[in-house]
Design a protein around this ligand. Structure first.
Ligand SMILES: Nc1nc2c(c(=O)[nH]1)N[C@H]1C(S)=C(S)[C@@H](COP(=O)(O)OP(=O)(O)OC[C@H]3O[C@@H](n4cnc5c(N)ncnc54)[C@H](O)[C@@H]3O)O[C@H]1N2
Ligand code: MOO
Length: 470
């Protein structure tokens, strides 16, 4: 297997900004709209009519209310995150007992489970009870782990090598070796039900919006702080994934809350732009094309999440690689960083399109690194972000050398949520507590006030680090 080549973070920022100035991007520079989209007489609008009052804000209103909302009550997780054990990669769910260390095993492929399917869908009555001896099930990232399986082997590390976007598999057997890690995200490993996500008196952040949505919270008790400047460019936010349900609706088996579109709306709003939330689109190329066509005429930038990695139903990749696609300047190179490696860029009917990965922490990181500078450029401001600040690694446990991407070892930058602590000279930063649970925890973002870029060689206390303020 050849080593995939990814861009550096800085090169990807340049590639994004090139699309904003691209001759194919003709939908830019619309005049800024008047303050927000809400009616100031709307009693749910925290701006008025009588100044700051405490209100119960539905999550989608809180997401677009702008910075400065202060909680007037604790925010408590209603259910655990993740809500069920699921695959962290596209590949094959296996029983480790069938895959001896170092020796390749050939397993019979007995079904397929996509994200959004109930756990035993696609398996047939015989397998629905649990994976039998020497059996494997094709699974996509986010799909419930089939009964009996205890690990997922990435497709690149198997005899199948790659899934074809938009095509169901026909393979009846697969040869693979024991995976380095189980590639399973377990129910509740990020947030336990009943956890206080943020306490009364704290400010509402995009990370809180994401964690609250994922944990079943549908509204926040909050009060507005300082008044906000009028939003500038308009940014469409579209989530892809058949497993996605709007906050406050019944999830059903295999379903999860579309927390990304709320989180992205909050990030876009905090960056000084007006989010246009289109919500969730299923893993269907025609549906995604229709959503893109619908939003493109009215916005200056399109941001999508999900569907860009190695799955058979990765719909963004499918649309961007289809013959005759109306997308120009298509680029699916990805970035040498974790989380946030899979990325796509294009110009759709004249409007720059940034395709972020679906994993919520990956989308959060990539939005801060790539969407924020793009909004700054659209507003005519100097891009902020990478390289804008440096800090010193504080006394804490930092990632060591040897990070691996899904496609094998490589020079990957780890993006670590950090808290600033008072230091003797420069800003000193330490990883947030939740980082112990891995790079994909929404809980690790809640306490973070910056993202530190840890080079592939790792970091030690005292090392200089680039940080991106949140
Ligand atoms: N075989 C491989 N599998 C995966 C690879 C890989 O290289 N090989 N890359 C992994 C990495 S790294 C990431 S990051 C994810 C990104 O994948 P996609 O962008 O295609 O995202 P999805 O598969 O659609 O979703 C990933 C994950 O996130 C959840 N999700 C998606 N959208 C939302 C949303 N709007 N709100 C909340 N949560 C969302 C989804 O259910 C999945 O669990 O791919 C890895 N796989
Ligand atoms: O989940 Mo991925 O790159 O963003 O680690």
């Amino acid at each position: 297997m050849s080593e995939p080549r990814y861009r550096t973070i800085g090169d990807h920022v340049a590639a994004v900004l090139a699309r904003v100035g691209s001759p194919t991007a003709v939908g830019r520079a619309r005049p800024a709209r008047p303050d927000g989209t809400r009616d100031p007489r709307d009693p749910r609008d925290p701006r008025g009519p009588d100044g700051p009052v405490a209100l119960r804000l539905p999550l989608d209103d809180a997401a677009v209310a702008g910075p400065g909302l202060v909680l007037t009550d604790d925010v408590v997780a209603v259910w655990p995150v993740p809500g069920f054990d699921h695959a962290a990669v596209d590949g094959y769910a296996v029983r480790l007992a069938d895959v001896p260390a170092e020796v390749p095993a050939t397993l019979r492929v007995v079904g397929a489970v996509r994200a959004g399917d109930p756990g035993s869908a696609g398996l047939g009555p015989a397998v629905g009870q649990g994976l039998g001896a020497a059996q494997a099930v094709r699974v996509m990232t986010g799909a419930p782990l089939p009964p009996g399986a205890d690990a997922v082997v990435p497709v690149e590390a198997t005899s199948t090598s790659a899934f074809i976007p938009g095509v169901d598999g026909t393979e009846t057997a697969v040869t693979l070796t024991r995976p380095r890690k189980d590639n399973v995200r377990r129910r509740g490993e990020d947030v336990a039900a009943g956890t206080v996500l943020r306490a009364r008196g704290e400010v509402v952040s995009p990370a809180l919006i994401a964690a609250a949505a994922a944990a079943g919270v549908t509204g926040l008790d909050a009060r507005r702080g300082a008044s906000q400047a009028a939003p500038g460019p308009r940014v469409a936010v579209i989530s892809t994934g058949s497993e996605l349900r709007p906050a406050g609706t019944r999830l059903g088996p295999g379903g999860i809350v579309d927390s990304n579109s709320l989180m992205l709306a909050a990030i876009v709003r905090a960056a000084g732009a007006e989010p246009v939330r289109r919500g969730g689109v299923p893993d269907d190329a025609a549906a995604l094309r229709a959503a893109l066509d619908e939003v493109a005429p009215g916005v200056d930038l399109i941001v999508t999440t999900g569907g860009v990695s190695a799955g058979a139903w990765d719909v963004v990749r499918q649309v961007l690689t289809a013959p005759g696609t109306p997308a120009a300047d298509v680029d699916l190179t990805g970035v040498a960083m974790r989380p946030g490696r899979p990325q796509g860029l294009a110009v759709w009917r004249g409007v720059p399109w940034i395709a972020l990965p679906g994993t919520p922490v990956a989308a959060f990181v990539a939005a801060h690194l790539f969407v924020r500078p793009t909004i700054a450029a659209l507003r005519g401001a100097a891009p902020t972000g990478v390289g804008s600040q440096s800090a010193v690694a504080g006394s804490a446990s930092w990632p060591g050398p040897g990070v691996h991407g899904c496609g094998g070892p490589g020079e990957f930058t780890r993006v670590v949520p950090v808290r600033a602590v008072p230091g003797p000279e420069r800003l000193t930063v330490v990883p947030t507590a939740g980082t112990a649970r891995g790079g994909h925890a929404l809980s690790a973002l809640l306490d973070a006030d910056a993202l530190a870029l840890v080079p592939s060689g790792g970091a030690r206390p005292g090392d200089p680090l680039e940080v991106v303020p949140l």
